[in-house]
Write a protein of this length. Structure first.
Length: 660
C-alpha cells in the first residue's frame, strides 16, 4: 500500500538562502562555539587564569582566618613582600596554575591514567576552595547586616561561623560533585547503550547484554530513589551559602540610610529564598533528565524485543502449530503493556508543569540578576581603585532591576510553556498510541493473531507497532542560562584581574596618611589591561562550554534497519546519517516519504512519518549550524537520482530515504 505525502522541508530549512536571519545567526553562533570548544585554546587560557585566581583566593582566606580581617590587606602586603611569603605564594601559584591548566585540557575519559586522574581530581579540589571562599563571604555579608539591624558589632561571630560553614560547604560540594560524576557516568552509559541497541540486529539479540542493560537500569532506579531528597538538601544548603554571598553581598558595596538598608535587606532576603528554591528545582531537573535518559533505554530495549518478536513470528508462522498462536498473543500482550508504560512515562517526564516552568523562569530571572550583581561588584571594584564610594542610588537601581528580571522571565517561561504544552497536546492527540488499540483488539478478538498470517493484516500490524516507536516530543529548552553565564563570567574577570595584579604588583603599593597600603596609578592601568584578558578568557570559556558542547541528555534513538545498512552515529547526536557522509539535514517536524521493507517478506510500502525521536531544541540547532556552515563553505556530496542528494535515516525496522 502507498500513502501520498508532501515533499520534505528539511533541506529547505538547511539552505542558508532559506534560513531566517535569526536562524543564520544561531547557526553561525553554535558553529563558532564548537570550533572554540574543539580548539581547547580557550580552556588552556581559562585554566591559567582560574588557577591563579584560586591561588589568591586561598591565600587571602588563610590571611583573614589567622589575622585581623579588618587589617588583612596590610598584613597581606607585609607577607607578600617578605622572602618567605613570596616563596610560598610563588610555589602555590605555580602549583595551582599548572594543576588547573592540565585539568582543563585533559579529559576525564582519557586512556592515560595520569591525565584522567588530573582531570577528575581538579573539580573536587576547586570546589573545596570555592566552598571556603563563598562560605566566608556569605557569612561576612550576613554578619554585616546583622550588625546594622541589631546595632551591635557582630564581627566576633565571623571567624567561627565562617569556619563551620566552610567545613560544611567543602563536604557538601565534594559530595555533590561526586553525585554529579555518578549521574554523568550513568547518562554516558545510557548513551552507549542506545548506540549498541542501534547497531544490534534483531535476529541476533544478545540476551546477556540486554540483561546487563536491565541490571544497570535497575541500579539507576535505586540510585534515583537513594539521592532524591539528599540531593535536594545539598542544593538547598548551596543556595543558602551562594545566595548570601551573591545577593546579600551587594549591600556591602555602599553606605545606606537605615530605612533604605532595611528595604534592600528584605529584597535581598527574597533573592536568597528564591536562590534556594531554584537550586532545589535544578537538582530536581537533573534527576528528571536522568530519568528521561533511563526511560529512553528502556523504551529502546522494549521496542527492539517487540520488533524481534513480531519479525520472528512473521518468519515462523508457516511452521508454528495452532497452540503457538495463543502463546504469542500472551507474550505480545505483555510486551505491549510494558511498552505502553514506558511510552507514557516518557510522555509524562517530557512535559513541564506550570510550577516547574515558573521555577525555571525564576531561575532565569535570578541568572539575569546575577549578571547585574556582577556589574555592581565590578563597579565597586573600579570605585575602590579610584578612591571614591559607589553611589547608593546605583545599588538601589540594581536591586530593583532584579524584581523586573524575575517578573519578566517568569512571564516569559509561563507563556512559552503554555504554547509548548499546547503543541505537545496537539501532537499526542494527532498521534494516539497504536499499541493501546492493538491491546484492545487482542483482548476483544481472539482470532486477530491468526490473521497475521495474511499479508495485508501482517503488514498493517507491523506498521502500527513501528509507528508507535516514534515520539516527536522535545523537552522545553531555555538558552538564557548560557548567555547569562557568558555575561557573568566575563564581568567577573574585572574583579579577578584587580586581585591578581594586587599580588603581582604588590611592591608598587604605597601607604596613605593612615598607614594603609593602597594601589597606585601604574597598578590601575595594569589592572585595566589585565581585565581585558581576564574578561575575554572567562567569557569565551563560558561561551564555548555553553554552546559548543552537547548536553548529556541530548540523546536520540535510531537503530539500523538491516545488516546491509551502514549506520553511523555522529557526535552531535543528530542520528540522521547520509549514505555518502554528508551532514544530517532532517528536522523533527519534517514529513518525508519512507520506504518500509519488512525483513519477513518482500512487500514494500510507504508511510508518512516523522524521522526524529527524542530531539530537543539544542540538537536541532546544532544540526542546523553544521549544515549551514558546510553548505556555506561549498562542500558538495555525490548526487543520486538525477542530481538529487540522497540521505537515509534508520528507525526501528525500516529506513527513511530523504531526497533533497
Amino acid at each position: 500500500m502507498t500513502t501520498e505525502v508532501k515533499p520534505p522541508q528539511s533541506a529547505k530549512n538547511s539552505d542558508p538562502a532559506s534560513m531566517t536571519f535569526w536562524e543564520r545567526v544561531d547557526a553561525e553562533n553554535r558553529a563558532f562555539a564548537k570550533k572554540l570548544n574543539d580548539a581547547q585554546v580557550v580552556y588552556a587560557l581559562y585554566g591559567c587564569l582560574d588557577g591563579f585566581s584560586l591561588s589568591y583566593s586561598f591565600f587571602a582566606y588563610c590571611v583573614k582566618a589567622f589575622f585581623d580581617s579588618e587589617n588583612s590587606s596590610d598584613k597581606m602586603h607585609e607577607i607578600l613582600t617578605s622572602p618567605a611569603g613570596m616563596a610560598v605564594m610563588i610555589t602555590e601559584s605555580i602549583a595551582m596554575v599548572g594543576f588547573s591548566l592540565f585539568a582543563n585540557v585533559f579529559k576525564d575519559d582519557d586512556k592515560n591514567p595520569l591525565k584522567r586522574y588530573i582531570a577528575v581530581l581538579w573539580p573536587y579540589f576547586r570546589d573545596a576552595i570555592k566552598g571556603l571562599k563563598n562560605a566566608y563571604k556569605g557569612v561576612q555579608s550576613f554578619t554585616q547586616i546583622l550588625s546594622v539591624v541589631s546595632g551591635e558589632n557582630m564581627n566576633f561571630l565571623l571567624l567561627p561561623t565562617a569556619l563551620v560553614a566552610g567545613a560544611f560547604s567543602i563536604f557538601n560540594r565534594i559530595w555533590y560533585r561526586y553525585l554529579l560524576s555518578q549521574r554523568k557516568g550513568m547518562m554516558k552509559h545510557n548513551r552507549k547503550a542506545l548506540e549498541a541497541l542501534q547497531k544490534m540486529d534483531w535476529q541476533l539479540l544478545d540476551q546477556e547484554k540486554i540483561a546487563s542493560y536491565r541490571e544497570e537500569l535497575q541500579k539507576q532506579e535505586e540510585f534515583l530513589s537513594h539521592i532524591r531528597y539528599r540531593g535536594l538538601i545539598s542544593q538547598a544548603y548551596s543556595g543558602i551559602i551562594d545566595g548570601l554571598y551573591l545577593y546579600m553581598g551587594v549591600m556591602s558595596v555602599s553606605v545606606f540610610a537605615a530605612p533604605v538598608f532595611i528595604t534592600l535587606a528584605v529584597f535581598s532576603s527574597l533573592y536568597v529564598a528564591l536562590c534556594i528554591a531554584t537550586r532545589m528545582y535544578e537538582e530536581h531537573d537533573y534527576q528528571r533528565k536522568l530519568r528521561i535518559s533511563k526511560t529512553k533505554v528502556e523504551l529502546a530495549l522494549c521496542g527492539r524485543e517487540l520488533e524481534a518478536m513480531v519479525e520472528n513470528f512473521c518468519r515462523q508462522n508457516a511452521q508454528v502449530v495452532v497452540e503457538g498462536y495463543e502463546q504469542f498473543k500472551e507474550d505480545l500482550s505483555r510486551q505491549l503493556i510494558l511498552f505502553n508504560n514506558h511510552r507514557q512515562f516518557l510522555y509524562d517526564n517530557l512535559k513541564l508543569g506550570y510550577s516547574s516552568a515558573a521555577l525555571a523562569g525564576l531561575k532565569n530571572g535570578l541568572a539575569a540578576y546575577g549578571v547585574i550583581a556582577s556589574l555592581l561588584f565590578a563597579a565597586a571594584t573600579v570605585s575602590t581603585m579610584c578612591g571614591v564610594m559607589l553611589s547608593p542610588v546605583v545599588v538601589i537601581v540594581a536591586v530593583a532591576s532584579g524584581i523586573a528580571c524575575l517578573l519578566g522571565f517568569l512571564i516569559h517561561a509561563l507563556v512559552k510553556n503554555y504554547f509548548h504544552a499546547s503543541a505537545q497536546e496537539s501532537y499526542i492527540a494527532e498521534h494516539p498510541a497504536n499499541s493501546k488499540q492493538l491491546l484492545k483488539q487482542l483482548k476483544e478478538n481472539e482470532s486477530i493473531v491468526r490473521k497475521l498470517a495474511q499479508e495485508p493484516e501482517k503488514d498493517k500490524f507491523k506498521q502500527e507497532i513501528l509507528d508507535d516507536l516514534v515520539i516527536d516530543l522535545a523537552v522545553l529548552q531555555f538558552n538564557i542560562q548560557e548567555w547569562t553565564e557568558v555575561g557573568r563570567s566575563g564581568i567577573s574577570g574585572l574583579s579577578k584581574a584587580q586581585k591578581a595584579f594586587s599580588i603581582l604588583m604588590v611592591a608598587w603599593q604605597k601607604q596613605d596618611e593612615k598607614g594603609h597600603y593602597q594601589d597606585t596609578a601604574p597598578m590601575f592601568w595594569a589592572t585595566a589591561l589585565g581585565a581585558v584578558l581576564y574578561c575575554t578568557g572567562f567569557a569565551l570559556r563560558a561561551y564555548a562550554r555553553g554552546f559548543g558542547k552537547p548536553p548529556l541528555d541530548d540523546v536520540g534513538v535510531f537503530p539500523k534497519h538491516s545488516n546491509s545498512s551502514k549506520w553511523t552515529s555522529s557526535e552531535d547526536d543528530t542520528y540522521v546519517t547520509p549514505q555518502d557522509s554528508a551532514s544530517p539535514i532532517s528536522e523533527p517536524n519534517d514529513v518525508v516519504t519512507s520506504e518500509l521493507t519488512p525483513s519477513c517478506d518482500k512487500t514494500s510500502f510507504s508511510v508518512s512519518r516523522s524521522p526524529s525521536l527524542f530531539f530537543n531544541a539544542n540538537s536541532i540547532a546544532r544540526s542546523r549550524s553544521e549544515n549551514y556552515m558546510k553548505l556555506k563553505s561549498g562542500e558538495q556530496d555525490e548526487t543520486l537520482d538525477g542530481g538529487k542528494k540522497s540521505y537515509t535515516s534508520y528507525t526501528f525496522g525500516y529506513a527513511t530515504e530523504i531526497l533533497v
